[in-house]
Write a protein that binds this ligand. Structure first.
Ligand code: FAD
Length: 569
């Protein structure tokens, strides 16, 4: 950079004025930008302004601090001001708010939180990483004492004190997304009785409803009350202390504290006031190098819009990984490198009371919303490791892929063990624009306690390849109510008797070779078993004998989830 004669640096140089890079926001995107830039350029002046009391803290750890899983607040402080100064020669100014940007003068207005004094700071490059603001709907009572958002260390500290000092025994968590569910886990950890109020009829909105169902069932089994399909109407103070959350349905939910976790919106106050363009999703518009419409200003993290690599549409994705990577890309761009941000695919994981749900890429509802119709899906429920080794736990997995090229579009998985590992493999394949053939062929770790010779990822790929080649045509469960196909259940009679798809006929796989002549050749046969494996064998057998067959992917296990979650009538 400064010393390198061929540097592509975009900053003013050799003017006698020290080059100054100012960064607004000192946590995920801002801190990673500062640290990377220093590694690339020893001579640039870097100043980070953070309006809160801490820079570079672990917001992702906040729920666990509330739950006392992280007992010492200091563990949340990833890097101190002192470390930034001594290790990186970065000046971090906490409790210092940036209140305005003068783009013509290349200056920002800064207010010192301690003294209240304002001053102007000059920049050659400005990086905005102001994050997102928790949504606080303008409803009666949302500002009452005892109603909290979870965004900062002081927020979590306040929640902890409230629980302890008020001897709180109950809480309502409004919003059943990532942060809401993490708060549920941690409030249970503090032995509170917890109710989740969620406007959608499912928890974890990024998942398709049938994939979110195991989470709901798990929460209920752990004693959490779920009030789904019901929004927040108001919050009232209760006589004698405490609060009452009033739902849109009229339900009144008493609580000693309320957590508002209904999502975040990009923090764009500064950018908007400075006339920087915002996109349709409300985030700051940036190019692939994280540069805004102003050539001297970059923006990263929760505040920006970035392309979804699968749908091609702009999106906002408030997650730590993208924020960190974008901070790094902005630093590289400022230092004159051509690095570009690839876009996002929404790879995420949440753990709730021992159950893990993870997803990457598009969901089925996301594809439909984006108007993408040329896709297919398979469901499977393999063990997380070889069945012969004790302790195998099922992973409920859904894979979405485009037809006919087999490009992987997305995957979701829920289970007790091994879930995030499978989603991470599929996420990586998506990043390399992989196909289901790549998943079928992927060479993955195997020893009995970790996986299987055909790992769940391989199996998902193999099933999808079978769909593409026509070896295993699949039927759409949602068409069940309007089809005149015969549903053939190939489980044993006692399994069939314990529960089956309405109007299904039963002919066990074990008797199929002897009795297939009883099946109607003039009708389509939709074949089902418990998870789809025996149905696949039956599909292959019958197809080779000239029957018109389709597999009901995921079997009765998937049917039950689809039915309970309302996807199948
Ligand atoms: P932030 O990290 O939020 O930093 C923005 C900073 O800018 C803030 O500290 C703010 O005070 C400061 N700021 C704003 N405006 C100004 C101004 N005008 N002047 C000075 N300073 C300003 N993501 C995951 O991937 N996995 C998780 O498990 C996960 N868990 C989370 C749990 C919680 C409770 C929360 C709140 C978030 C979680 N996230 C998680 C999301 C992740 O933390 C964010 O996506 C990430 O921190 C965004 O980085 P950012 O730099 O854009 O914003």
């Amino acid at each position: 950079m400064s010393q390198h004669p061929d540097s592509q640096s975009t900053l003013v140089r050799n003017t006698g004025t020290p080059r100054r890079v100012l960064i607004v926001g000192g946590v995920a995107g801002g801190a990673s930008c500062a640290a990377r830039l220093r590694r690339l350029d020893e001579f640039v002046e870097i100043v980070v302004f953070e309006r809160g009391p801490y820079a570079s803290f672990a917001n992702c750890g906040l729920p666990y601090y509330v739950g006392n899983v992280i007992a010492d607040e200091r563990a949340l402080l990833v890097a101190s001001r002192e470390m930034f100064r001594t290790r990186f020669n970065v000046d971090v100014q906490t409790e210092t708010e940036v209140t305005g940007i003068d783009r013509h003068a290349c200056t920002i207005m800064v207010r010192d939180g301690g003294t209240g004094a304002s001053r102007t700071e000059r920049y050659d490059a400005l990086v905005l990483s102001p994050g997102a603001a928790p949504i606080r709907p303008p409803l009666p009572g949302v500002d009452l004492p005892g109603v909290f958002a979870v965004r900062t260390i002081p927020d979590s500290r306040r929640i902890r004190s409230w629980i302890t000092e008020r001897h709180a025994t109950s809480a309502v968590v409004v919003g059943g997304g990532f942060i809401g569910l993490e708060m549920v886990e941690n409030l249970l950890q503090r032995e509170l009785v917890v109710t989740v109020l969620e406007k959608l009829p499912q928890v974890m909105p990024p998942l398709d409803p049938e994939m979110a169902l195991p989470l709901s069932e798990h929460l209920i089994a752990k004693g959490v009350k779920l009030q789904l399909g019901d929004g927040l109407a108001s919050i009232e103070a209760r006589d004698g202390g405490g609060l009452i959350v009033v739902a849109e349905s009229g339900a009144r939910l008493p609580a000693d504290l309320v957590i508002l976790a209904i999502g975040v919106r990009p923090e764009t106050t500064l950018a908007k006031a400075a006339g920087l363009p915002l996109g349709p999703r409300g985030g700051i518009v940036v190019d692939a190098q994280m540069r805004t419409a102003d050539p001297h200003i970059w923006a990263v993290g929760d505040a920006v819009e970035v392309p979804d690599v699968l749908t091609g549409q702009e999106t906002v994705l408030p997650l730590a990984g993208p924020a960190n990577r974008q901070g790094r890309v902005a630093a590289e761009a400022i230092a004159g490198r051509a690095t570009q941000f690839r876009g996002v695919q929404a790879t995420a994981v949440v753990g709730v009371l021992g159950l893990t749900a993870a997803s990457t890429g598009a969901s089925e509802k996301g594809l439909r919303r984006a108007g993408i119709a040329n896709f297919e899906k398979v469901y499977l429920h393999p063990g997380h490791h070889a069945g012969y080794y004790p302790g195998a736990r099922p992973i409920h997995l859904k894979l979405l892929f485009s037809v006919p090229d087999g490009r992987i579009l997305g995957a979701q998985a829920v289970g007790l063990e091994g879930v995030e590992k499978r989603i991470d493999v599929i996420a990586t394949a998506i990043q390399f624009r992989g196909t289901v053939h790549d998943l079928a062929e992927a060479e993955l770790c195997y020893a009995p306690q970790y996986g299987a010779a055909k790992d769940p990822v391989n199996l998902a790929g193999m099933l999808a390849v079978n769909v593409l080649t026509g070896d295993m045509p699949v039927a759409d469960w949602s068409a069940l109510a309007r089809t005149d196909a015969v549903v053939l259940d190939v489980r044993e009679p006692e399994e069939f008797a314990a529960g089956h798809v309405p109007h299904a006929i039963n002919l066990p796989l074990s008797q199929l070779r002897a009795r297939h002549g009883e099946l109607p050749r003039e009708r389509d046969l939709w074949i089902c078993c418990v998870v789809g494996q025996r149905a696949y064998y039956a599909t292959r057998f019958l197809a080779q004998r000239g029957y018109r067959v389709r597999n009901l992917s995921g079997g009765y296990t998937t049917y039950t989830a689809l039915k309970t979650s309302g996807v199948v009538p």
